[in-house]
Design a protein around this ligand. Structure first.
Ligand code: FAD
Length: 428
């Protein structure tokens, strides 16, 4: 049994590794060392922006639940995340270099995986396409020609060097004291906050004309666009001071900095994805006292994010309608986010294994987050947009249980039982 996987990002790495560990010969093709506009490293399975894989709470958060489902399905990225974890309160954040290095090493060391460095120009008739939101060159054109493609704009946040942060204007604390002190907080007085918001809203943006098309994904809205909605918008969002105390006092507003690597040499500005011109990023974020002399290791950028209109061309097992041996996985298939992309790659691995063994597809039920996402991408939807893990897509249940915490615990336990059933059906 053999299969070709195109793209060794979050989704492709998961699919390739799962298949190889189940006796399939895998050719894994990636254009690296040639890089897309967002990828920076030659390592595979790169996290292109934030180093956070979001909440790790399986019993209280849908993305946390998805991660636990993935662990139970033998996810390589969850294994890598555990290996490269950095403190981040209730979130699972990783040292991005260690994370990619771990996955790259696992893929390279596997005797049944052949890694090929090549930009694929054509759409194959079978295999898995997992080339992500920045699918390059001829392959992008071929996919567009066959399926048409949709896109939205997405922004990333700046990263500053730790040694350039003025610690006399910070305090270390996780929100509500949950976690192990992974966040550095930059408190702002009312005057500082309002001055910052005014500067943010009026600062010069790059490629302004493209934003005005209004195709920005709500979850990745640039901080300057959020700020323009009202002076207090950030203070009730990314900059909210709840659960934080500076010397016993709740600050007016807070920018949180999160460690980018285990050594804590760099910090990402949480929730500050932006499309300001680079000089403006230095000037405006420099108005936050702790960042007055910050050195920017990476600036925020806005980029195009492409995906298929999945309901019209994909089945719930991520195969192409009318081409049962061709699969799409990851962001291009209509899921959104690192964890969701990896999850769809892992699940596609299960589906391809099943197909290679001549068995009918088994779709996990929508009482699991991974099954709910499969359902979402394939259900008719006139306004289709990529989706991240959330309780809204998950099937309901336990409505009679009034306590939200208890209800979510029951939803999680129901999901775990279904995941075991799904595994047993596919792997026997
Ligand atoms: C700039 C940016 C920032 C993002 N920030 C976040 C974030 O902070 N948090 C979050 O949860 N999600 C974020 N996302 C969304 C999404 O989670 C990531 O894009 C995620 O990496 C998608 O995983 P993937 O496996 O689908 O694609 P990728 O991880 O992008 O992997 C695709 C792979 O395919 C390769 N490739 C592309 N074209 C070809 C070709 N023609 N031939 C061969 N190889 C090819 C690439 O080199 C790459 O290795 C961001 C996306 C972008 C673009």
């Amino acid at each position: 049994m053999s299969v070709t996987v195109i793209g060794a990002g979050l989704a492709g790495s998961e699919a390739a590794y799962f298949l190889a560990t189940h006796g399939v010969q895998v050719v894994l093709a990636d254009m690296k060392p040639r890089l897309t506009p967002a990828h920076k490293s030659e390592a595979l399975c790169e996290l292109v922006c934030s180093n956070s894989l979001k909440s790790d709470d399986a019993y209280g958060n849908a993305c946390g639940l998805l991660k636990e489902e993935m662990r139970r399905l033998s996810s390589l990225t969850m294994e890598a995340a555990e290996h490269s974890r950095v403190p981040a309160g209730g979130a699972l954040a990783v040292d991005r270099e260690k994370f990619s290095a771990y996955v790259t090493e696992k893929l390279r060391a596997h005797p049944d995986i052949q890694i090929v460095s090549r930009e694929i120009e054509e759409l194959p008739e079978k295999g898995i396409v997992a080339t992500g939101p920045l699918t390059a060159g001829g392959l992008f054109e071929a996919i567009k020609k066959r399926f048409g493609m949709l896109h939205f704009y997405d922004a990333s946040a700046p990263v500053v060097s730790a040694e350039s942060v003025d610690l006399s204007h910070t305090f270390t604390q996780d929100r509500y004291g949950r976690g192990t002190g992974g966040y550095l907080n930059c408190p702002l007085t009312r005057e500082e906050y309002e001055g910052f918001v005014r500067a943010l809203v009026s600062a010069e943006r790059a490629t302004l004309h493209e934003f005005e098309k209004g195709e920005i994904f709500e979850g990745c809205m640039p901080v300057e666009v959020m700020a323009a909605r009202g002076t207090d918008t950030l203070r009730f969002g990314t900059f909210k001071p709840v659960g934080l105390r500076d010397g016993g006092v709740r600050p007016y507003a807070v920018l949180q900095l999160r460690k980018e690597n285990a050594e804590g040499k760099s910090y990402g500005l949480v929730g500050c994805q932006t499309n300001l011109k680079f000089g403006e990023q230095r000037r405006v974020f420099g108005m936050i006292p702790a960042l007055a002399h910050a050195e920017f290791e990476r600036y925020g950028v806005m980029h195009r994010n492409t995906y298929l209109e999945a309901p019209s061309c994909l089945n719930a097992d991520f195969s192409v309608k009318g081409s049962p041996d061709l699969f799409f996985a990851g962001q291009i298939a209509g899921v959104e986010g690192y964890v969701e992309s990896a999850a769809s790659g892992l699940l596609t691995g299960y589906h391809v294994l099943n197909r290679l063994r001549g068995k009918p597809s088994v779709i996990p039920p929508d009482t699991t987050v991974i099954g709910a996402l499969s359902n979402y991408i394939s259900a008719p939807n006139a306004n289709f947009q990529p989706m991240n893990a959330n309780y809204g897509v998950l099937a309901g249940g336990f409505e009679d249980v009034r306590d939200k915490k208890e209800r979510r615990k029951l939803l999680a336990e129901r999901s775990f039982a279904e995941i075991e059933r799904f595994k047993a059906k596919v792997l026997g």
